[in-house]
Design a protein around this ligand. Sequence first.
Ligand code: CDP
Ligand code: CDP
Length: 230
Amino acid sequence: GRKKIIIAIDGPAASGKSTTARKVAGLMGYTYIDTGAMYRSVTLKVIESGMLDEVRRSPEKVEGLVKGISIAFEGDRVLLDGRDVSGEIRDNRVAREVSFISSLKPVRDALLVMQQELGRGRGVVMDGRDIGTVVFPDAELKIFLVADARERAKRRHLELQAKSPEGFGVPDLETLEAEIVERDRADALREHAPLKKHPDAKEIDTSRLNIEEQVAMVHDFAVQMEEGGR
Ligand code: CDP
Ligand code: CDP
């Protein structure tokens, strides 16, 4: 029979990780784990606790907030300390702070343990920035998705417009692109677990692919790996 594998999907913002990961997981009968949602949840917790400025001044203060935090996945929903935060974690106010919060060692250490536990039985598709490099360097299939910054900004712009049809609070395309480029830069340059392609990862440029095409590419690789091929 087939062995269950771990599929690690990394790449910059809006490269198509989560849509690909969710669909490939569905096709394989695997569990999808969105680690970006975990970092976004911690960020929301810091913002809501009113501690953001204090954590900026003294980053070690974040430790008290991550200790005992509960992040759970229920179907498509994300529960932070038991509360459904699936919508709030996608707000741009969270996106603006998430790179800072995810650069902090106590945050990464806590989430690393949770993520490795979630993937223990294999049969998971996990997406993020450091899944192939740090969380599961032994993942059988590692994918690194990339796409042009302008194309990625357009994708996020469409999503934000769909959430707020009157356009209230939706940044213009140029602003969004600048924010995405800055977040990628911060994620790639940070000291702990930076965004980086693992040498064994298969790189796919999704700029000119539609979702069906990119899902088919990753799914084909996954089936080959499950069958023990290369
Ligand atoms: O969906 P989008 O690509 O905008 O971002 P995300 O996957 O939700 O991740 C949000 C942020 O969390 C990233 O910009 C990283 O700063 C951080 N992150 C991380 O550091 N490591 C991961 N494995 C996943 C996300
Ligand atoms: O998870 P990540 O931030 O890498 O990206 P995503 O949330 O999967 O994709 C960002 C947006 O781009 C979603 O609205 C996707 O539907 C869209 N997308 C697209 O239009 N064409 C692609 N080839 C890939 C994603």
